[in-house]
Design a protein around this ligand. Structure first.
Ligand SMILES: C[S@@+](CC[C@H](N)C(=O)[O-])C[C@H]1O[C@@H](n2cnc3c(N)ncnc32)[C@H](O)[C@@H]1O
Ligand code: SF4
Length: 390
């Protein structure tokens, strides 16, 4: 079994117009050293939930983890190590960095402490669009940050945002070309998602055009040696995100910090638990249990923050996460985890979806076809189960 830790760092220079993540403008939240003290306290309270072990992956996400002093990131790595959650050269340690928030010294400190993967929030190389969505950096600053990463021969990944208002296919082509030329080993294209009525919901490519945009990205990247290994993730061979794979292949992960979500296998069908979304509530909860240690989320957290899954929920999660991967759902793993009757039930649903042309069966895996990818929501709907369904 693989195991990883996620650490949420909820600091940003400014809030991007489209962003719905739990993060604050840095002046509107407690200072980062105090937040990191809360993380330490959370580690103390929860470290017995899991067995101490060498981490396969450690991921600092945000927010903008690269905004806070690098020694605080290092302090978290060390604190986890003190409790036996150690890292080594084979641990994938990722940090999300925003352009213009790292310099040589920060980078050196990350590298000296094992950080070996950098996820760069490039989004687009079009300054007009960056400004429009209230990003704090310019394309030139992104390129300067990339120069710095390349000078140290580092492994970096890009997030690309597409279907922004007034963005054209030609504009997107330019973004993808630059991303590849800059040497990213991994690219995550995200179609902008905003609720109806949001200021950024107007003037966008229509739904079919968004599909064309994604198809363009997929064709372009696969033509340049990338593999689409997950619905919205592409990598050169061997550069898949090992941390994100934990989420998709039913492995446990421990997440720390504001609003983070975790998964453990302590109960029969797995347990999900999560932290609150507002910094005030998060802080209160951590301080309420100060100095205490617990052996399971059920013994520690209020009922509204922990869920011991039932079989139908575990099955839904298993189907959804594995069908996000291009390699698809492994029939053997399904049979190992669930009763044989469930296997037959899924088999018959998959046969129907194969008939629709949305799913294919290869090497004992069921996976989405290209048509299935476009309407993946419908496929997931078919693979969503209520208690009475199984
Ligand atoms: C939580 S952000 C953290 C990364 C970093 N702070 C940044 O903005 O570059 C992770 C990624 O989610 C994507 N994202 C955030 N809000 C989104 C939205 N409304 N629709 C689609 N993608 C979104 C962005 O591409 C972003 O890079
Ligand atoms: S920098 Fe990233 S996390 Fe922060 S507001 Fe913008 S999109 Fe959200």
């Amino acid at each position: 079994m693989a195991f990883g830790v996620y650490v949420h760092i909820p600091y940003c220079i400014q809030r991007c117009t489209y962003c719905d993540f739990a993060t604050y403008e840095q002046s509107k939240i407690l200072p980062p050293d105090q937040y990191v003290q809360l993380l330490f306290e959370e580690i103390r309270q929860k470290h017995r939930y899991y067995q101490p072990q060498k981490l396969d992956t450690l991921y600092f996400g945000g927010g903008t983890p690269s905004l806070i002093p690098a020694h605080l990131i290092v302090a978290v790595i060390k604190e986890l190590g003190r409790y036996g959650y150690t890292t080594g050269p084979d641990t994938e340690i990722t940090i999300e960095i925003n352009p213009a928030t790292v310099d040589k010294d920060k980078l050196k400190m990350y590298i000296d402490h094992g950080v070996n993967r950098f996820s760069v929030g490039a989004q687009t190389f079009d300054d007009r669009l960056l400004k429009m969505v209230h990003r704090e950096h310019s394309a030139k600053q992104t390129l300067e940050t990339l120069d710095l990463l390349r000078a140290h021969n580092l492994n970096f990944s890009f997030d690309i945002l597409f279907a922004l208002p007034s963005q054209t296919l030609d504009g997107l082509k330019n973004d993808v070309r630059i991303a590849v030329e800059q040497g990213a080993k991994h690219i995550s294209p995200y179609c902008l998602t905003v609720p109806e009525g949001h200021p950024l919901s107007k003037g966008r490519a229509l739904e079919e055009e968004q599909v064309d945009m994604f198809d363009f990205i997929a064709d372009e990247l696969t033509g340049r040696g990338f593999q689409q290994y997950e619905i919205s993730n592409f990598s050169l061979p061997g550069y898949e995100s090992r941390h994100n794979m934990l989420y998709w292949v039913d492995q446990p992960y421990w997440s720390l910090g504001l609003s983070s979500h975790s998964y453990s296998k302590e109960s029969q069908w797995g347990t999900r638990y999560w932290n609150l979304n507002s910094i005030g509530e998060y802080k209160k909860q951590i301080l309420d249990f100060q100095g205490q240690e617990f052996t399971s989320p059920a013994a520690h957290l209020p009922g509204a923050q922990v869920e011991q899954l039932e079989m139908h929920q575990a099955l839904t999660d298993f189907c959804h996460t594995s069908m996000r991967l291009m390699r698809g759902l492994n029939e053997r793993e399904l049979q190992e985890k669930f009763p044989v009757a469930v296997y037959h039930q899924i088999s018959s649903i998959m046969n129907k979806l194969i008939g629709n042309g949305w799913v294919q069966s290869q090497n004992n895996h069921w996976s989405l076809t290209r048509d299935g990818l476009v309407i993946s929501n419908k496929v997931f709907q078919e693979l969503t189960f209520l208690k009475e369904d199984v």
